[in-house]
Design a protein around this ligand. Sequence first.
Ligand code: COA
Length: 174
Amino acid sequence: MAGRWVKLELDLKTFDATRFEAYIERCRTTGIRLTTLAELGDSPGHRRALYELNKECSADIPERGEFYTFEEYLERRIEVPSYDPRGVVIALGDDGWCGLAATSDHRSSGFVFNEMTGVRAAYRGRGISMAMKTVGIRFADLCGVDRIRTLHHPANTAAIEMNRRLGYADAEWD
Ligand SMILES: CC(C)(COP(=O)(O)OP(=O)(O)OC[C@H]1O[C@@H](n2cnc3c(N)ncnc32)[C@H](O)[C@@H]1OP(=O)(O)O)[C@@H](O)C(=O)NCCC(=O)NCCS
């Protein structure tokens, strides 16, 4: 990979969610419903739908390479102790699932981790990722931590800028 991974962290002690509520309201008024996998039901069918959406969106991550098979996805992302369907925010559009923001539980290390944020191409540029990530911050509260971490390929300008807009700052960890 060219360059180093960009490590970002959001400090919830200084995060003001009210600044981003307009994104949630915009989803509501434009027919985008925000929910979680826990609310929808963490069923085999919904896990498959999550996989398909994650796979579709991941095709636009620079140098992502071939995505996991469904079995690999289950093994690496779902059937792990850090997985919690309450941390998986889903955006529902007219024609089905249009976005996901999946955050995993690393409370024993003092943070939660944004595993993947993705919005289907036809739905991008409408603030849906900002809305999903703002809703997703509740998961950090549930886990009792005040830090959210994420990691991006340096060429992934859209994702890096989206996180910076929310207040994520450069961070260092091993
Ligand atoms: C990154 C991604 C989730 C952004 O979703 P989105 O819903 O289109 O983003 P939003 O409309 O909420 O944009 C929020 C902010 O992100 C930044 N942003 C979004 N797309 C951008 C782009 N193409 N270039 C630069 N900045 C961009 C902007 O700062 C934007 O705020 P603004 O519109 O007020 O300027 C989407 O592009 C995507 O799914 N990409 C492929 C998957 C991926 O790379 N995920 C991240 C790895 S986990």
